[in-house]
Design a protein around this ligand. Structure first.
Ligand code: LMR
Length: 326
C-alpha cells in the first residue's frame, strides 16, 4: 500500500513538472517589414501555433533584420540561435547550387508558372537539397517577380551600362547584371535604402512589395516594370531543432506553417498589384513597362546566363522549370 502511494506521488510530481515545463520557443527571424507577404506569413504562423499549442510552443517574430540579416541567419540557425527563417531563394549559394535555378533571368513567365514548378516533383525534391547541410526546407513562400529601379530611365539593356546595381548574394544575379554590362554589388537588404539614398549605387532589383515597404521608390527616380526574375523564399529550420519536437507537436507546427504560407501567398498576389498602384499614385517615381520589343532585347542578352550555370543546376531541372510556362 505504502509502495503504491509512493508511486502515485512520484507520478503526480512528474505530471506537475511537465505541466509546468517551459514552452518550446520558436524564434522567427526575417529582414522585411511586417506589412509584406513574409511578415504576414510569420505573424499568421505565430497566431495559429500559439492557439493550437497553448503553453507548449511560443513563437517570437523578429522582422526588419532586428535579430539576424540574411547573411548570417543560416549560420545562426545551425548554432541553435534561431529556429525558423525564410531567406530568399537567392541566398542559399553557400549551401546548395541547385536553388540557383530560381534566379535564372526570364525563366518563369508569371507566378502561375512558378507555383506549378514549385509544386512539381522536381520542385518538391529541391526542398531536400539542404539536408546534407543540416537544414530542412519546409516549403516555398511567394513574394513575386522583380522590377528594376534606378536613378536614370532604364528601357534597353544598354541603359544599364556601367551602372551599379545592388544584388542579393547570388552568383547568377551577378552574371545577369554583368551580361548587360552593369556592375553588380552584393549587399544585405538592410543596407539598400541608404546605398540608394546616398547614391553609392545607381539602382537595384526587387519586388513591388519590397520597393514599397522599404520606400526604395522615394529614392529612385525611375522604375521599369520588367518582371525579369523571381524573388521567392524557402522556409527553413535546422534538422537538429526539427527533430527535438515530438511527432505530434511537429505535425501541428507543420500544418500551421502550411496554412501561414498559403496566407502569405495570397497577400503576395494582392500586394504585387496594390503596392505597385500605391507607388504610382505617390508620384515620387516614374513607372514604365518594357514594350515587347524591349523585352526581347533583354531576353537576348540575359538568357545566355542559363548556359553558364547549366552544369551546376542541371539541364533537366532547367527544362522542367521551362515546361511549367505552358
Ligand atoms: C532582398 O535581399 O532583396 C530580399 O531577399 C529581401 C527579402 O527577404 O524579401
Amino acid at each position: 500500500m505504502r509502495f503504491k502511494s509512493l508511486i502515485m506521488a512520484a507520478i503526480g510530481t512528474c505530471l506537475s513538472v511537465s505541466a509546468m515545463a517551459a514552452p518550446v520557443t520558436i524564434k522567427v527571424s526575417h529582414v522585411v517589414a511586417e506589412n509584406t507577404p513574409k511578415g504576414q506569413m510569420a505573424m499568421k504562423f505565430k497566431e495559429l501555433v500559439e492557439s493550437r499549442l497553448p503553453g507548449k510552443v511560443e513563437v517570437k517574430v523578429f522582422p526588419n533584420s532586428q535579430l539576424f540579416g540574411d547573411d548570417n541567419v543560416l549560420e545562426a540557425m545551425l548554432l541553435g540561435d534561431v529556429q525558423l527563417a525564410a531567406p530568399s531563394l537567392s541566398k542559399f549559394d553557400n549551401y546548395t547550387k541547385k536553388l540557383q535555378i530560381f534566379d535564372l533571368p526570364f525563366l518563369f513567365k508569371d507566378m502561375a508558372a512558378v507555383e506549378s514548378f514549385q509544386n512539381s516533383d522536381s520542385g518538391q525534391k529541391l526542398l531536400d537539397s539542404l539536408e546534407k547541410k543540416g537544414l530542412v526546407g519546409l516549403g516555398y513562400l511567394h513574394n513575386g517577380l522583380k522590377q528594376l529601379s534606378a536613378n536614370a530611365p532604364i528601357a534597353t539593356p544598354e541603359d544599364t551600362s556601367g551602372k551599379k546595381f545592388r544584388i542579393q548574394t547570388s552568383d547568377v544575379l551577378a552574371a545577369q547584371f554583368e551580361a548587360v554590362d552593369a556592375v553588380p554589388v552584393k549587399k544585405p537588404f538592410s543596407e539598400v535604402f541608404t546605398l540608394l539614398q546616398t547614391k553609392a549605387i545607381d539602382g537595384q532589383e526587387n519586388t513591388w512589395s519590397n520597393i514599397y515597404s522599404k520606400k526604395f521608390f522615394e529614392v529612385q527616380d525611375y522604375i521599369t516594370e520588367s518582371n525579369h526574375g523571381l524573388l521567392d523564399y524557402l522556409v527553413v529550420t535546422s534538422k537538429e531543432f526539427w527533430m527535438t519536437l515530438d511527432a505530434d507537436t511537429r505535425k501541428v507546427v507543420k500544418t500551421s506553417l502550411d496554412e501561414a504560407i498559403a496566407h502569405g501567398n495570397k497577400i503576395a498576389a494582392e500586394k504585387a498589384e496594390s503596392d505597385k498602384q500605391a507607388i504610382i499614385a505617390s508620384g515620387r517615381t516614374k513607372v514604365t513597362a518594357l514594350s515587347d520589343e524591349e523585352r526581347k532585347a533583354w531576353v537576348k542578352v540575359m538568357k545566355p546566363v542559363w548556359k553558364q550555370f547549366e552544369k551546376e543546376i542541371g539541364a533537366d531541372l532547367i527544362e522542367a522549370a521551362e515546361a511549367s510556362n505552358q
